[in-house]
Design a protein around this ligand. Structure first.
Ligand code: Y39
Ligand code: FE
Ligand code: FE
Ligand code: FE
Length: 230
């Protein structure tokens, strides 16, 4: 396993590690903050699930605090300006969908795409993280699977009525994920997280989610192809 070999050589206190960490850590902190806000907004769109969605939003703030502690532990200052720009497009698309009351699009962006991105990133990070961050991330990732599950269950129950909007939202937002991944690939590699592994883990989680919701293998292949060349 190249990932394990790389971890043997990682120096968590080197300037190059800390520099890359200042951006990756910021992305994760900003992502958790936006996820917190997104679940509060989703609670307003889905009053029948208000209690559960507020519970998820509180988990996201706990995640944020955990990752802030990971940065402090390595004496790294997160580059929050970089992170806000990193999420700007997905953030805007979520806000636009929210303004139009498009709950299916909001769920696809937060509960499917962003959660799968988190699951991939955290799975790939855990084996190469410092001890402190590894323990935090192991606790967080369990929650992220439950957030993804919320989206899957709701979309499956509303599949026929959601299908068309899901396809459009996928087409709009999946290419953005590949652009985001390309933007952080160099920093991720400094942390011994390989882009290929991130892409693979994302596609497995996202493809499984689409399958659980009710899409056929053929649909999933077609939907997954969007933006892959980005
Ligand atoms: O639901 C959540 O908690 C998601 C907000 C968090 C997203 C974290 C995004 C991580 C991307 C890191 C990229 C590392 C290569
Ligand atoms: Fe989270
Ligand atoms: Fe905002
Ligand atoms: Fe989450």
């Amino acid at each position: 396993m190249p990932q394990l070999e790389a971890s043997a050589e990682l120096d968590f206190h080197s300037e190059s590690y800390k520099d890359a960490y200042s951006r990756i850590n910021a992305i994760v902190i900003e992502g958790e903050q936006e996820a917190h806000e997104n679940y509060i907004q989703l609670a307003k769109l889905l009053p029948d699930h208000e209690e559960e969605l507020i519970r998820l939003s509180k988990m996201e703030s706990r995640h944020k605090k955990g990752f802030e502690a990971c940065g402090r532990n390595l004496q790294v200052t997160p580059d929050m300006k970089f992170a806000r720009e990193f999420f700007a497009q997905l953030h805007q698309n979520f806000q636009d969908a929210l303004a139009e009351g498009k709950v299916v699009t909001c769920l696809l962006i937060q509960a499917l795409i962003i959660e799968c991105f988190a699951i991939a990133a955290y799975n790939i990070y855990i084996p190469v993280a410092d001890d402190f961050a590894r323990k935090i991330t192991e606790g967080v990732i369990k929650d992220e699977y439950s957030h993804l599950n919320f989206g899957e269950v709701w979309l499956k129950a509303n599949f026929e009525a959601s299908k068309e909007e899901l396809e459009a939202a996928n087409k709009q937002n999946l290419p953005i994920v590949w652009q985001m991944l390309n933007q952080v690939a160099d920093d991720a590699r400094v942390l011994a997280m390989e882009k290929d592994a991130l892409v693979e883990d994302f596609m497995i989680a996202y493809g499984e989610a689409l399958s659980n919701i009710g899409f056929t293998t053929r649909d999933i292949m077609r939907m997954s192809a969007y933006g892959l060349a980005a």
